[in-house]
Design a binder for this molecule. Structure first.
Ligand code: ADE
Length: 227
């Protein structure tokens, strides 16, 4: 999978080189490139934003600069993901769907967001005929300073589902959110006693049926407690 991220703070995305994602890139399973939006500015101040039409607080990112940046990177069949708190709420289903794609292009907005004509432009039939899909995605019902951290959340959730990225593929067979409302049972490891707290005895019993039943009930209780 190829991933491009466009931001005015490319350094913010440095963690994409670390851990699992770094290893996946070394293995050639993944190619991630981060691009500086300001490369496309032409004025002395390298300004990327302007005041909103209609008035109101904050600044809006200019369509022309985003258009120039996206034109350079967009490819046939790619998915353009615009990060915004007003977008569709991200979940594991969306991560699964995106993990099957070959090219994801992330546009990290800042301030009051990106001029909406950018979304409109890349949603026209001229692009959909080329297999290009535009998604506006939010990672939750709160407002971040920009889309950078949100794009990293999505990239991490999506790329760990790509075959070969995780060391042990079994670990995604049964995990939280694999189905709606499903959360994983609590886990324990050695020692059996820690600060006077014992591991549930059933887990030491070797009785696989009883363990499965205990885990299912514990997962249920956890899901209930989260409501
Ligand atoms: N930008 C600011 N807040 C955001 C959010 N919750 N999700 C995605 N992008 C954002």
């Amino acid at each position: 999978m190829k991933i491009d991220v466009i931001s005015i703070f490319p350094e913010y995305l440095a963690p994409l080189e670390l851990s699992l994602l770094g290893k996946a890139q070394d293995k050639g399973l993944l190619e991630i490139n981060v691009h500086d939006l300001r490369v496309h500015t032409s004025d002395n101040h390298h300004s990327v934003d302007d005041t909103p039409y209609g008035g109101g607080a904050g600044m809006v990112m200019k369509a022309q600069i985003w258009g120039d940046a996206l034109d350079d990177l967009i490819t046939d069949g790619c998915d353009l993901i615009i990060l915004t708190p007003g977008g569709r709420r991200f979940n594991q289903r969306m991560a699964e769907e995106l993990s099957t794609k070959s090219h994801l292009l992330f546009a990290c907005g800042r301030y009051e967001g990106i001029d909406d004509r950018v979304r409109q432009h890349y949603s026209t039939t001229a692009y959909s005929d080329r297999g290009i899909r535009v998604h506006e995605i939010s990672i939750g019902d709160y407002v971040l300073g920009g889309g950078e951290v949100a794009s990293m959340v999505i990239i991490e959730a999506v790329t760990r589902l790509i075959p070969g990225v995780l060391g042990n593929p079994e670990s995604i067979v049964e995990e939280s959110h694999m189905s709606e409302g499903f959360v994983e049972y609590p886990s324990f490891t050695k020692p059996a006693t820690w600060r006077d707290l014992e591991v549930p005895e059933i887990l030491l019993s070797g009785n696989h049926a009883a363990i499965a039943k205990w885990r299912s009930e514990a997962a249920h209780k956890r899901a209930q407690d989260n409501l």
